[in-house]
Every structure is written in structure tokens, then in C-alpha cells.
Design a protein around this ligand. Structure first.
Ligand code: 0L1
Ligand code: MG
Length: 262
């Protein structure tokens, strides 16, 4: 690690204030160019502690940068990981106020709901599917706190992988009879198809991303708790949204989920 405890605390305060005040800020590596991945996750962890101290509850975890093309572009071999609190939950078909956000984008995802803990190391697709109660269609709203949505790897990890809101909907579906890699998704904005894809766009299989999350947590002696919601990663590129936009996602076999920005 390259940062001191007080620098980590200072950067967590910097990023969490930007989140709370809906303000974009310069990326943290502009001031601290030598930050490494351990520093970045330590800053994210302090952001999480600040939210817990504010009374928020962690309801789930997320995988980001889950396409091989994105990972290559950012110079990593696994996805990156973040957390979600109850303040990020948006009920299906309800409205999201743009005034609460900076420059949001939406991504189509598959959400896993866990019934038993998932532990690494050595976690694989089978272990994830065995621990999954059901999956649902999900729209993730990402909203980087960095100016113009521009960042590098460590900056975006520290910024909790741009997490800000998510919506789940459709049918809570057990995984036994699903081939998640082959599920097709269609995302529309204002009734026009914007993105199409399949689950395999997420590191070959969405459950693989969840297994990678469990293996990542194992390195610090943690696990994915039972009763978690895991966003397994964007199946297509994220699309920007503005006030007045309606987003609708259909996931084959799982049904649909919608939201509207006002
Ligand atoms: O959920 C995601 O894949 C986002 C990860 C961070 C990168 C971004 O904000 O585009
Ligand atoms: Mg995402």
C-alpha cells in the first residue's frame, strides 16, 4: 500500500461528500498518482464505513467491468467489486430523480439472491448456483463521481465502482432450469431498442463473476453473506440517461423491469 491511514480517510471523505452532494470531482490519482489496488479497496471500505455510520445497511455487492474487452482496456484480469446499501434500492416501475444524481447511465444486469454464504477461495459456477435462491432482471444505475465519467482503475474502485442505484423486477426465478449464459436481454430507452446482449457477455457466465467476487473477498477473510443481492455485471455498454427518459429491460425467462428518470 502507498497511502497512510489518514490519506485513506481523507480520500474516503472526498469521494463520499461528492456522492452525497451530487458533485463531480477530479479523480484521486491526479493528486496521488501512486495509489495501488489495495489502497483503492481500503478507500472504498472507508466509504462503506461512513455510510454504515450514517445508518445505511449494506444489502448487496456488485461486480463491475465484467466484459473481457473492458477488463483488457483497464488492464485487469478480473472484474472489480463494490457494495450497495439500502439507500441505493429503487422500487420497480418507480421514478428516479435526476436532481439526486450527477450524470447517470444504466446497465442491464442479472441479480443473484443468495440463500447460503458463498466462500472462496476456489469458488466456481457450481458453488454460486448451489447458493443462489433465485435470480431476477436488474437495471443498475451507475453515476461516477468523477468529472465527465473519466477515471482509471484505482480511482473507480475507490469510488465504489460508480454504484448509486439499482432496480430489480420481473420473476424471481430459480436457476436450476436456466442457462444464464444464453439468456437474451433487450434494453429500451423511450420505447426504442438501445442495447441487446446475452448473459455470456459477463465473463462468459454471470455466475463466474459472482464466483470471482467470492474469491476476491476470501483474500481478506470475507464471504458473500446469505441473503445478499449480487449484481453480476453489465451485459452491454451502459447508456446515458436524462430527465424524461423511460428505461425498460426484458430478460429472457426472467421478465422485465422498468424505471423512469424525472
Ligand atoms: O457496474 C459497472 O460495471 C461499472 C463499473 C465502473 C465503471 C463505470 O463506471 O463505467
Ligand atoms: Mg454494473
Amino acid at each position: 500500500m502507498k497511502l497512510t491511514a489518514s490519506q485513506i480517510a481523507e480520500l474516503a471523505e472526498y469521494l463520499e461528500s461528492a456522492h452525497l452532494e451530487r458533485r463531480e470531482v477530479v479523480k484521486i490519482t491526479d493528486r496521488y498518482p501512486d495509489i495501488d489496488m489495495d489502497d483503492a479497496y481500503a478507500i472504498q471500505n472507508q466509504v462503506r464505513q461512513r455510510k454504515l455510520a450514517r445508518g445505511e445497511k449494506v444489502v448487496g455487492l456488485k461486480c463491475g467491468l465484467t466484459s473481457y474487452a473492458k477488463m483488457q482496456q483497464m488492464g485487469v484480469e478480473t472484474p472489480i467489486f463494490g457494495f450497495m446499501t439500502d439507500a441505493y434500492v429503487v422500487p420497480e416501475a418507480s421514478e428516479i430523480r435526476m436532481a439526486e444524481l450527477i450524470h447517470p447511465k444504466v446497465e442491464p444486469e442479472i441479480a443473484f439472491f443468495t440463500k447460503t454464504p458463498i466462500r472462496g477461495p476456489g469458488c466456481d459456477i457450481g458453488a454460486v448456483l448451489a447458493a443462489t435462491d433465485f435470480v431476477m432482471a436488474a437495471i443498475e444505475v451507475i453515476d461516477s463521481r468523477y468529472r465527465d465519467f473519466k477515471f482509471d482503475l484505482v480511482s473507480v474502485i475507490a469510488d465504489n465502482t460508480s454504484a448509486t442505484r439499482f432496480i430489480v423486477g420481473g420473476k424471481a426465478t430459480p436457476v436450476a432450469d436456466l442457462d444464464l449464459a444464453k439468456l437474451g436481454v433487450v434494453m429500451e430507452k423511450n420505447g426504442k431498442v438501445e442495447m441487446v446482449g446475452a448473459g455470456a457477455a459477463v465473463v462468459g457466465h454471470p455466475a463466474t463473476a459472482v464466483a470471482m467476487l467470492a474469491n476476491h473477498l476470501a483474500a481478506s477473510g470475507e464471504e458473500i453473506p446469505a441473503g445478499s443481492i449480487i449484481l453480476s455485471g453489465g451485459i452491454t455498454e451502459a447508456i446515458p440517461v436524462q430527465a424524461g427518459d423511460s428505461i425498460s429491460l426484458q430478460v429472457q425467462s426472467l421478465g422485465g423491469v422498468t424505471t423512469r428518470f424525472v
